[in-house]
Write a protein that binds this ligand. Sequence first.
Ligand SMILES: Nc1ncnc2c1ncn2[C@@H]1O[C@H](COP(=O)(O)OP(=O)(O)OP(=O)(O)O)[C@@H](O)[C@H]1O
Ligand SMILES: [Mg+2]
Length: 400
Amino acid sequence: MELGKLLGCGAYSNVRAMKRKAMKQKAMKRKGSLLLGAIIDEDDTGNVHEPCHSSVSSLSLPVVSSTIPPKLHIATKRSKSSDFSTHVGFFYELALPSTTIATDEESDDSVKYAVKSLRNDLDGETKISGAIDLTIEAQFLLKLSHPNIVKLYGQGGSPGSEDFFIVVARVQGTLSDTIQLFRRLTERLKLNGISQNGNRLSRKEKKAELHSYYGRSLCIGRQLASALHYLHENSILFRDLKPQNIGLDGKSRVKIFDFGLAKELKSESRQGVDQYRGRKDVGTRRYMAPEIYNGSHYGLPADVYSFAIVIWQLFSLTVPFKGHSIDKHVHRTYVRKIRPPIKFKWPRKLKRMLSKGWHHNPSCRPKMNECLSVMEELSRKDGYTEETFFEESRSSFNSY
Ligand SMILES: Nc1ncnc2c1ncn2[C@@H]1O[C@H](COP(=O)(O)OP(=O)(O)OP(=O)(O)O)[C@@H](O)[C@H]1O
Ligand SMILES: [Mg+2]
């Protein structure tokens, strides 16, 4: 498997584009395990050459027959298709211990898949934690199927070891990039009346374009709420919700990724209503609920806290608690319970969702289904659709 450009770098991992010319499904026996879909080089005429050797030679999938998403079962029926996912569907169904895959590639930017693997500059203990997180991430992604959660296509190497990697759908950028772009575009619009396409606008047009950013934020917020609601329905706490872990794909659809800190809330660790035993201080401080920081028991409301902070950032286009040292953040947020300033002009329901969502007391926070209803209702009222968002984002990404 040939890797392309570096798409991003996390505390433990590197994420790279996946490059490969062609893929053919092929079954063969090797050392007692079935090898499927060998990487094949194919020339322009479609002639097949020898399988090529790659740095990462095989992808293995654990036995997961009971958790196969139904969609992947259907995909297996179209085994002649060159769509990568159909082949991976085949792999899942057979629950093979070892498989080899490849994918289509036109240019580096059009590669649809991303490979997440451990950084090779980690020291011993960090490497082990990283390998465990990546294995946990693969286990979660394998079970999940939602339009706003990044799709897992395969995994390789040995789970829990440093050669382990996963292949996921590639996103175009993170919500963090999008928020920064929206900020630059709206500032230019407010100051100079220049639209995202570079045109000078009338007062009326300027007002309408400024309002469209509110619609875009609603669109993102609603999809985010939908993904979290789905996770919570399945008793999964994401635990690291932040704009850097939220992607937007080529069609401006939200995709949550980075499940390394996700936690399945099991009845045996339950301590009370929405309270489970869990590690202290897990996640990213800026978005971390007080109960996780304090080392109390915690549950799904911890994600609701992070969701409220992310939504505030999305609507204000401002980084929350910016410039706060750790001590200052801890003192102001967790001791004095100060939260980011809510704008008066925002809709009442949004303001209420935020102030309840980041409440110090987890039991006062709304459930994700309530947050989803709020976002859906506001989106409906505004009438801004995902299609408009896609069209407008395309022109704004191109023009700036
Ligand atoms: N599917 C993807 N497509 C494109 N880029 C991605 C994808 N997944 C991750 N990235 C990029 O790589 C970065 C690191 O990925 P990720 O957050 O999964 O790694 P991590 O090591 O678990 O990070 P963290 O520092 O949050 O623990 C992301 O912030 C993003 O820029
Ligand atoms: Mg991350």
